[in-house]
Design a binder for this molecule. Structure first.
Ligand SMILES: NC(=O)c1ccc[n+]([C@@H]2O[C@H](COP(=O)([O-])OP(=O)(O)OC[C@H]3O[C@@H](n4cnc5c(N)ncnc54)[C@H](O)[C@@H]3O)[C@@H](O)[C@H]2O)c1
Length: 325
């Protein structure tokens, strides 16, 4: 089979490319390298099953050339990272609404099955736990830029549903919950895990935002990619949204302890308020735990990599790739 992976030079996208290529598929990647990295895909560049288009998903004429040639689209390209979205909300919305629409519209026209990468952010401030796909969502007020990402990702889900209804698009959406693993970006757009590992390797105290009692469900990349492919490949999942995440949750304080253990150091903590980091127009969510019963019952998905093992692999990789001085 031949697939288009948008955002294929990114953290999750490049692991998905690895997995598709390893199974003998042909893969085309569109990536503008805004947060993606050449080194994430460099090992495929001489492979005849791999084509890289260094371009933007906003280029509809490029999409019209590639999409009719492929058997499926994995749409992962997006402006990501809370800090990035808070600092540059307009760019984020243009990519995540207009860019996604271009990909979805072209796929519908060409009758090519499409998976979109959505996010646990769509649940917003919901205090339900665990979060179910059909729960009421609660994004905060529009003057808080963080929520523009949540609303854009939710709109992308509406778009695939609308193209399914009106043009018969075969589609599926996955809502990721805090994926981590090798290639995760330490530069500031990446996750708290990347930041903690990077600080621990440099012997710096780990910066905790707020009191550190907020929880997240950290999902190792192998589980993220397996869930993504199961969602795409299982026809029973068509037209549905799936939480793809680890049902187990950790507080940020617990995570800090686990990272120290994985790096074998004791570096202490530095506390910062959310206001200091993100400014006054910011709201934080206290919990983000997925209910994965739909993914388990329909796709047979369950995240099964323990966080200690996942962190061990991530630290081994980070020692070779992060700046440690
Ligand atoms: N990492 C997570 O835990 C997580 C959680 C929820 C949702 N997601 C979603 O998963 C997808 C992948 O995220 P990631 O964590 O791998 O981030 P990433 O930044 O590593 O990947 C995004 C990729 O999209 C590319 N990109 C951005 N704008 C583009 C454009 N206009 N045209 C072409 N390429 C463009 C970037 O260069 C990058 O390679 C995104 O859609 C993101 O919203 C990720």
């Amino acid at each position: 089979m031949r697939y288009l992976v948008t955002g294929g030079a990114g953290y999750i996208g490049s692991h998905l490319v690895d997995s598709l290529i390893a199974d003998g598929h042909q893969v085309d990647v569109i990536d503008n390298f805004s947060t993606g990295k050449r080194e994430n895909i460099a090992h495929h560049e001489s492979n005849s099953n791999f084509n890289l288009f260094e371009d933007t998903i906003l280029n509809e004429s490029l999409l019209e050339k590639i999409v009719p040639e492929v058997d499926g689209v994995y749409h992962l390209a997006a402006a990501v990272g809370v800090k990035n979205i808070v600092d540059r909300p307009l760019d984020g919305m243009i990519t995540n609404v207009h860019g996604s629409h271009s990909v979805i519209k072209t796929a519908a026209k060409c009758k090519v099955k499409t998976l979109i990468a959505s996010s646990s952010e769509v649940y917003g401030m919901s205090d339900r736990t665990p979060l179910k796909e059909d729960d009421i969502r609660s994004p905060g007020p529009t003057h808080i830029p963080r929520w523009s990402y949540a609303v854009a990702k939710a709109l992308d889900e509406h778009l695939i549903m609308a193209y399914k209804k009106e043009m018969g698009l075969k589609c599926v959406a996955v809502r990721y919950f805090n994926s981590y693993g090798p290639r995760i970006d330490e530069s500031g757009y990446g996750s708290v895990i990347a930041r903690f590992i990077s600080q621990a390797l440099r012997g710096e105290p780990l910066t905790i935002f707020g009191n550190g009692e907020q929880t997240r469900s950290f999902t190792y990349i192998e589980d993220t990619v397996r869930g993504t492919r199961l969602a795409f490949e299982n026809p029973k999942g068509e037209g549905m949204v799936f939480n793809i995440g680890n049902a187990k949750e950790e507080t940020i304080n617990e995570l800090a302890d686990l990272v120290e253990e994985a790096v074998s150091v004791k570096v202490g903590r530095e506390q910062k308020s959310f206001e200091e980091v993100f400014g006054t127009d910011f709201q934080e969510t206290p919990r983000r735990q997925p209910d994965i019963s739909r993914a388990r019952d329909i796709l047979g998905f369950e995240a099964n990599i323990d966080i200690r093992d996942g962190l061990k692999h991530t630290v081994e990789w980070a020692k070779e790739h992060y700046k440690t001085v």
